[in-house]
Design a protein around this ligand. Structure first.
Ligand code: 6PG
Length: 202
């Protein structure tokens, strides 16, 4: 499964950590995206997952596929993470990864993973993983590309809060071409888990 970042999923990860019915040895953890920071940085998506889930369920280290976002060059970090994915999904160039589950969040601007409006990452149709400069954060991000996401067996959005309501309506009703609206699994399920506050305009 590929984990999402941001503030929403922390509670989900803490709840998952208390679930004793899951054989964590069988779960490999990936990330849908990562900030260009070291793993112990406050902004690291890995750090959130480690503190809320991984430190509790303690999967084998070989099951945790962290994005090497401490790499000074974000594009090298993307290449290295992509190589890890290709090894795991045993693809030597052709094909796309088929994640069992990709968790995603959605920002008020309609971004998902680190596929932000107006960035070059949106148009990458070749790579599994790419990096892009995000002007509003004045920082690079590393992210799965749309084709890598859209080849998953199941993609699940977790969206919470009134500040997402208008964007959620625009995405669900396809009122404008927002990145979250371009998540359309080719032969997989798309699940939206939204709370009442986020769903008020649906
Ligand atoms: C990230 C996430 C990003 C996140 C959305 C929603 O690295 O920030 O992957 O796509 O899911 O920005 O974030 P919140 O859950 O904080 O609203």
């Amino acid at each position: 499964m590929a984990l999402s970042g941001g503030s929403t999923p922390g509670k989900l990860y803490s709840l998952l950590a208390t679930n004793h019915g899951i054989d964590w040895e069988k779960i490999h953890f990936f990330w849908g995206d990562e900030r260009h920071v070291p793993p112990d940085h406050a902004d690291s998506n890995f750090r959130v997952a480690r503190e809320t889930l991984l430190s509790v369920v303690r999967p084998p280290e070989s099951n945790v596929h962290r994005v090497p976002a401490e790499e000074p060059d974000a594009s090298n970090a993307a290449r290295s993470y992509e190589a890890d994915l290709k090894t795991f999904f045993s693809s030597d160039g052709g094909g796309w990864p088929r994640f069992d589950l990709i968790l995603l969040g959605m920002g008020p601007d309609g971004h998902t993973a680190s596929l932000f409006p107006g960035t070059t990452a949106l148009e990458d149709r070749e790579r599994w993983v790419t990096s892009a400069w995000v002007e509003k954060f004045q920082a690079f991000r590393i992210t799965l590309t749309f084709p890598a996401i859209n080849h998953a067996s199941c993609v699940m959005f977790l969206v919470s809060g009134a500040d997402k309501a208008d964007t959620l309506k625009r995405v669900i009703r396809d009122l404008e071409p927002l990145p979250s609206g371009r998540v359309k699994p080719e032969s997989g399920k798309l699940v939206w888990m939204v709370d009442r506050a986020a769903a008020t305009l649906l």
